[in-house]
Design a protein around this ligand. Structure first.
Ligand code: SAM
Length: 289
């Protein structure tokens, strides 16, 4: 179980008196570890820009995954947010506890794995999610948040750093190589956009690839389409994306019946279907199965 500690006894002015992040990292020996997907951000102007992606945060609740040494956490606190942050790397907790001391009770730390947190229970109220995600669990977390049930979800918006290639998959249009399951899951009930692009040199250590921040605000869900149906239909269709739908949907029980009921030509391939066509296919599949 994660341990949960509210850090309260702090001076409101404490944030301005914090030592530089590099000093904190050196003092606590926080060398970046690949196993935790650690690429840290130091530039406070850039971090403030990232903290502005969700819009004004004064008095807002923010959930941050992977605060690490706390660079983004500092920016979120500077923006006036109440932050709940979950970190898996125990080495970071003393540095984050110091930040909590300076944050006048506006930082709640959770030690644990973000994949195992019951977020609505921990947060108690809707929150913006802002994170420089660890690359190894970033996509899994995004899918988990995009497939939240009920909808509108417990989160108000997502502002998430990904490898640029993943960000491009999220916003991709049909008939492109990047278009796939992640595009449909993101776009059937939200309008994702790329809010910032960052070169490798923005991080320490620099990753091999460019990065981008995706901003996602939930929109209304289409009627009569269970999230499971969208997940199953897209998984089957894109599981064999080069095949015609009449072949790829054979793997899904009721898939061919749904294809025929939807009126979509079985000779088409998954990457040619619009998001609305996937929704129509999922609606037919859920009615039939
Ligand atoms: N937020 C910091 C920054 O921007 O400099 C660090 C970002 S670093 C890319 C990702 C962070 O997520 C690391 O601190 C890592 O330890 C943490 N992390 C990795 N896997 C995690 C998980 N499953 N649950 C919670 N935190 C995780």
């Amino acid at each position: 179980m994660p341990s949960n500690a509210r850090l309260t006894d702090a001076l409101p002015s404490g944030l301005t008196a914090l030592p530089p992040l590099r000093e904190v990292i050196a003092r606590h020996g926080l060398t970046a570890k690949k196993a935790f997907g650690q690429n840290f951000l130091f530039d406070s102007n850039l971090l403030d820009k990232l903290a502005r992606v969700p819009g004004p945060l004064s008095g807002a609740r923010v959930y941050e995954v992977g605060p690490g040494p706390g660079g983004l956490t500092r920016a979120l606190l500077r923006a006036g947010a109440d932050v709940t942050a979950v970190e898996m790397d125990k080495r970071c907790l003393p540095a984050l506890a110091e930040l909590g001391d300076a944050a006048a009770g506006r930082l709640t730390l959770i030690e644990g794995d973000a994949m195992r947190i019951d977020e609505p229970a921990v947060l108690g109220a809707p929150a913006h999610i802002v994170a420089n995600l660890p690359y190894n669990v970033g996509t899994a977390l995004l899918v988990r948040w995009l497939t939240a049930d009920p909808w509108p979800p417990w989160w108000l918006s997502l502002s998430l750093m990904f490898q640029k290639e993943v960000a491009e998959r999220i916003i991709a249009a049909p008939d492109s190589d990047a278009y796939g399951r992640l595009s449909v899951l993101a776009q059937w009930r939200s309008r994702p956009r790329i809010a910032l692009s960052l070169p490798p040199r923005a991080f320490i250590p620099p990753p091999k690839v460019d990065s981008a921040v995706v901003h996602i605000v939930p929109t209304q869900a289409p009627e009569g389409v269970p999230v499971k149906a969208v997940e199953r239909v897209t998984a089957a269709a894109f599981g064999q994306r080069r095949k015609m739908l009449r072949a790829s949907l054979k793997a899904l029980s009721g898939g061919l019946e749904a294809l025929s009921a939807s009126g979509i030509d079985g000779a088409r391939r998954a990457e040619t279907l619009t998001v609305d066509e996937f929704v129509a296919l999922a609606r037919c599949w859920s009615k039939l199965s």
